[in-house]
Write a protein that binds this ligand. Structure first.
Ligand code: PEP
Ligand code: MG
Length: 579
């Protein structure tokens, strides 16, 4: 052990959590400021309304200047967000109404500057909300400006992602969607949070941006700003004062990450057995990025993502253009279009009922055909028309299919629209259990392991505290995958037709689990484009026979933890690559 290691071995604090995105990095921590607390209703000591009014004016000016400066320094969507907030800070309405409140006082005593701006912000937000439309959309900006002015008055750091001249590791309790609009991946090199689970917004964002991340690591929100730490996003650890060994690990990762950033565009196991790697996308822009990342096709086009902001059904023309933008990025390649999967975490006002008591078990996915007949037929018409305009090989699948009858009805609708390759998502356990009959009706299946896990384990996929149950490594979920693949083989033998089963749930993006899925009989894997290189690097180290052996070990394990450990022990490449 050298001096450097000895020094760090005496005092380093280590934090453990759930690693949700791999990577090993070293950097200084910046804490996400805590949410702004509501100021007390009245001042505890006498205040001078004139002086308080001046404090408000000065604080509002500093906030404007700070926001303008930050907006000028960045590009893209983040810049627009900051510019909009700066404009709101410059609007005299908020400051004027706060000064009026200072003058008015309250029966309980005088307001402080902080309290006056707080109440003024609430009043302005109410008025904007009542105006509706564009004005109502500004409510979040007003509340953000209010929080910034209160922080400035208190001499505390501004809320939101901290500004920094150097790259840093962002520590927080958890990140909200609004916090992330200004997150610049060139500045933030890793995310660590004290709460949140593997399905939290932090985890999803980290995976999409390819940032190493650890969530649910108690204590990381107490690390002092500027402290140097080492983050291992696969092991789920954060170490203060890293020594030479950890510095070397981070350097090695940086070199490997460079190699892992590139996918060759054609995936095979060590024995040459081809397992196409496809991408999950929601829009034409995503499809262009996926094509650039080397995806061999699209395994899941979530069509509802094109229309999440709509309260009316999109026209056939709009749909042709949205789907065509994806087909255009993959000429000659497979593109699997999923028909609208509205409901639960993805409500579409024109298809789903917001008042259902149990939305995950409600009229969602393919079931909306029962309550809104015609929408699916028009969507299939649009998919067929877009197919005719492009060269992509279009496959179409329905979400939330539960029975062979539903599969047959969907195949009939596809045939009527002139679509040649109908398929189903297998994400309801009943479809997995009866896949030999379901797959007689259609040409292929794609396992939606996100929903299959939530339904097999009866654990809402959106709930952090149920993360342990919501784990696709659970033996029950692996059994359902195997049953689906085995049933498809029976359907293939009975019909004399190929019945390929792919996976398009998040499980496909876990390199170790990808090996197991292939070993269980899965023919292709579809994932976020960022995961392609790592999954391919690991699949390339095993033969089909080895993948089958590892799958058998996972199936025989008594728990998700044991299954994961057994497979990881058989895949040393994971540790070598820091995955
Ligand atoms: C799934 O359930 O695994 C899936 C891919 O669909 P979604 O995540 O869109 O529900
Ligand atoms: Mg699903």
């Amino acid at each position: 052990m050298n001096n450097d290691d000895m020094a760090s071995a005496t005092h380093p604090r280590q934090f453990s959590g759930v690693g949700v995105a791999p990577g090993r990095v070293l950097g200084a921590v910046r804490q996400m400021p805590k949410p702004v607390q509501e100021p007390l209703a009245t001042a505890s000591t006498a205040t001078d309304a004139g002086a308080e009014a001046q404090r408000i004016k000065d604080a509002a000016k500093s906030v404007q200047a700070e926001l303008r400066g930050r907006a000028a320094a960045i590009e893209g969507e983040g810049r627009e967000v900051l510019e909009a907030t700066a404009l709101m800070a410059a609007d005299p309405m908020l400051v004027k109404s706060a000064i009026k409140l200072l003058a008015a006082g309250t029966p309980g005593g005088a307001r402080t500057a902080e309290r006056a701006i707080w109440e003024a912000g609430a009043g302005v937000a109410e008025k904007l909300k009542a105006l509706g439309g564009y004005m109502a959309e500004r409510v979040a900006d007003v509340l953000d400006v209010r929080a910034r002015i209160v922080s400035e008055l208190r001499g505390l750091p501004a809320p939101g992602i901290p500004a920094s001249d150097a790259p840093f590791i962002l520590a927080a309790e958890d990140l909200a969607p609004a916090d992330t609009a200004t997150l610049d991946p060139a500045q933030v090199i890793a995310l660590i949070t004290s709460s949140g689970g593997p399905q939290s917004h932090t985890a999803i964002l980290a995976r999409a941006l390819g940032l190493p991340a650890v969530v649910a690591a108690p204590g990381v929100d107490t690390i002092a700003d500027g402290t140097e730490v080492y983050v291992d996003g696969a092991a789920g650890t954060i170490t203060e004062e890293p020594g030479a060994k950890l510095k070397l690990a981070a350097e090695t990762w940086a070199e490997q990450a460079f190699a892992l950033a590139a996918f060759a565009g054609s995936n095979a196991l060590a024995d040459g057995f081809a397992v196409p790697l496809l991408a999950n996308v929601g829009t034409g822009a995503d499809a262009v990025k996926a094509a650039d990342a080397g995806a061999e096709g699209i395994g899941l086009l979530r069509t509802e993502f094109c229309f999440l902001d709509r309260d009316k059904e999109p026209t056939v023309e709009e749909q042709i253009s949205a789907y065509g933008a994806v087909f255009a990025a993959f000429p000659g390649k497979k593109v699997v279009v999923r028909t609208l999967d509205a409901g639960a975490d993805k409500p579409l006002p024109f298809l789903t009922n917001a008042d259902e008591p149990n939305p995950a078990l409600g009229v969602r996915g393919y079931r909306t055909e029962m309550t809104s007949p015609g929408v699916l037929e028009r969507q299939l018409e649009a998919i067929a028309a877009a197919e005719a305009l492009h060269q992509a090989q279009v496959w179409v699948m329905a979400p939330m299919i539960a029975t062979a009858e539903e599969a047959a009805q969907f195949a009939t609708l596809c045939a009527a629209a002139g679509l040649q390759t109908p398929g189903v998502m297998v994400e309801v356990p009943s479809a997995a259990l009866t896949s030999s009959t379901v797959l007689r009706e259609v040409a292929f299946a794609s396992l939606g392991t996100n929903d299959l896990t939530q339904y097999a384990m009866a654990a809402d996929r959106q709930l952090g505290p149920l993360a342990i149950l919501n784990d696709p490594w659970q033996p029950a979920v692996l059994q359902l995958v195997k049953l689906t693949a085995d049933g498809a083989a029976l359907a293939s033998a009975a019909t004399g037709l190929p019945k390929p089963v792919g996976v398009c749930g998040e499980a496909a993006a876990d390199p170790a689990l990808a090996v197991v899925l292939v070993g269980l009989g899965v023919a292709s894997l579809s994932m976020s484009a960022r995961a392609l290189a790592a999954v391919s690097a690991v699949l390339g180290t095993v033969t089909l026979a080895q993948a089958q052996e590892l799958a058998a070990k996972a199936l025989a394990a008594p728990s998700a933890t044991a299954a994961r450990a057994a497979v990881r022990a058989g895949l040393p490449v994971l540790a070598d690559l820091g995955l």
